[in-house]
Design a binder for this molecule. Structure first.
Ligand code: HEC
Length: 158
């Protein structure tokens, strides 16, 4: 009588240990997935840091601690242009004179840099559209906006 009983116990314990093994395998599998997820997020999380580092190294002359944003601290015209002004001025969106379009820039450049600076800093609207004061980025320093203006003018025949 004890023989079939012990046979059942043996089979039952084999099944139990199989289930335990499967459970452990599942735990490790889910840990693996949990490990993968933050790794996949990493490039996205690192990207702004990389951009900030690139911006900082692109503007070595900017005094340290003048602002939280590299673009507002540094007077690197190209960086400010790419980050802010290109939105309209790269493609000539909303009536903005396109960078490189010497015909569109000619009469504007003829007004003189002081006028162009003034219009970039305080806004300007003629027939073609509306240049917002500091392109709507009031956190930019005057020097940064002027440097971006210089950059655009230099690329447009000025
Ligand atoms: C929202 C779109 C937009 C952005 C962003 C923008 N501009 Fe403009 N900008 C315009 C438009 C539109 C004009 C043309 C206005 C007109 O002549 O009616 C213009 C004109 C200008 C002019 C010529 C002004 C003149 O007297 O003819 C300068 C200089 C200028 N922008 C500088 C900048 C700088 C520097 C930045 C970045 C800091 C910038 N803009 C970002 C839309 C924009």
């Amino acid at each position: 009588m004890s023989n079939p009983d012990s046979q059942f116990t043996r089979r039952f314990s084999i099944i139990i240990s199989l289930l335990v093994v499967i459970t452990i395998a599942l735990v490790f599998l889910s840990r693996g997935i949990m490990d993968i997820t933050p790794t996949a997020d990493e490039p996205a999380a690192r990207a702004p840091v990389a951009v900030a580092a690139a911006t900082a190294s692109a503007a070595p002359a900017s005094p340290a601690g003048t602002g939280t944003q590299a673009a507002s601290a540094g007077a690197d015209g190209q960086t400010v242009y790419q980050q802010v002004c290109a939105l309209c001025h790269a493609m000539g969106i909303a009536g903005a004179p396109k960078v490189g379009d010497t015909v569109a820039w000619g009469p504007r450049i003829a007004k003189g840099k002081t006028t162009l600076y003034d219009h970039a800093l305080h806004g300007f609207a003629s027939k073609t559209g509306m240049m917002p004061p500091k392109a709507g980025h009031m956190e930019l320093s005057d020097a940064s906006v002027q440097a971006a203006g210089d950059y655009m003018v230099a690329k447009s025949g000025g």
